[in-house]
Design a protein around this ligand. Structure first.
Ligand code: SAM
Length: 311
């Protein structure tokens, strides 16, 4: 995919209807020869819109107005480029727990959760957050995760979690203000509710920090899985991770995870983790596919706003 295509596709597929500011920016970058030339000096994996926009936000640059963004990015290119080279998009969205919950709650309890591509591990606390599926509420306290659910009943309970561990190439620490600043910069400009959710989920995680291991989801998964308590159901899960993993490694990962005991939950872009047949995708923006043990179950909105169970 060319960088023009990458920015135009991000505008149309991910930002439209979700972040007008990022839709404007990515459309403007897709037409901007000078910025595109600079971006193309970076390795392909570092050319992502989310990474560029997040770095400019982290540095204090403007992201609402394309002309101001362009001037800032070009004037400060050495600093922008340096940050883009050392960082990756590690958006940690606890809202995704709301779409994982119906599956987690249906498995034999208690659970030993192992998240690959965990970032700061905020999705390892589905038992601690509160949920609102329409007028059905579950749990108390903060954050409250709102999710529109259709095609299935909302979960009747939260899971019982006795062990939680995450694996990531670069685990982030919610107790480190610099890591929280990066997580904050990755949240899209208009999404104040997600910023609040990040603070509330970070407080939950800080009170009982998860076991986070630096490592690769293929090479290091078996060793971490072996540390899970035997008396609990092992659940290996991942959300919005495999797009960062080269296709042959995705296959290798699927093979490793299929060889483990317990269950495997995937919540990924259907272009990244493919299934033989899927129902038509609901309208209204980008959707992931939620799958249990390789069987696709539902469409889910990117930040966990909605889940549409297959009929
Ligand atoms: C977009 S973030 C998603 C974080 C989290 N799953 C969520 O949904 O909030 C993707 C994460 O996957 C991690 N990652 C990418 N490739 C990986 C690999 N080969 N092994 C382990 N983690 C990886 C990145 O470092 C990053 O933290």
């Amino acid at each position: 995919m060319t960088t023009v295509d990458r920015y135009a596709t991000f505008a149309a597929r991910e930002a439209r209807g979700v972040s007008p500011a990022y839709e404007r920016l990515s459309e403007a970058v897709a037409r901007d020869g000078e910025l595109l030339t600079r971006i193309d000096t970076l390795p392909p994996a570092k050319r992502q819109p989310n990474l560029l926009f997040g770095v400019v936000r982290l540095l204090g640059g403007p992201v609402e107005d394309p002309a101001a963004f362009r001037a800032y990015a070009l004037d400060n290119w050495p600093a922008v480029e340096a940050e883009m080279r050392v960082r990756a998009t590690q958006t940690n969205e606890p809202g995704r727990c709301a779409v994982l919950l119906p599956v987690l709650a249906s498995l034999p309890q208690p659970l030993a959760l192992l998240e690959v591509g965990a970032s700061a591990g905020l999705n390892l606390y589905p038992d601690r957050y509160a949920y609102r599926y329409g007028d059905h509420s579950l749990g108390a306290g903060e954050p409250v995760l709102d999710c529109a659910i259709s095609g299935t009943a909302p979960p009747a309970r939260r899971p019982e979690v006795v062990w939680r561990a995450g694996l990531d190439l670069n685990p982030l620490d919610v107790r480190d203000p610099a890591d929280v600043a990066w997580l904050d910069a990755l949240i899209w400009p208009e999404h104040g509710h997600r910023r609040e959710r990040l603070r509330a989920a970070a407080a939950v995680a800080s009170a009982e920090p998860p076991l986070l291991v630096r490592g690769d989801l293929v090479d290091d998964l078996p060793a971490l899985a072996a540390r899970a308590p035997r008396e609990a159901t092992l659940v290996v899960f991942h959300t919005s991770v495999l797009y960062q993993v080269p296709p042959p490694r995705r296959e290798a990962f699927a093979e490793v995870v299929r060889g483990l005991p317990g269950h495997w939950i995937a919540n990924e872009d259907p272009d990244v983790l493919r299934y033989p047949a899927l129902p038509e995708q609901p309208r209204g923006g980008f959707h992931n596919v939620l799958a249990l043990d390789g069987r696709p179950l539902a469409w889910t909105r990117g930040h966990g706003q909605a889940i549409t169970w297959f009929g």
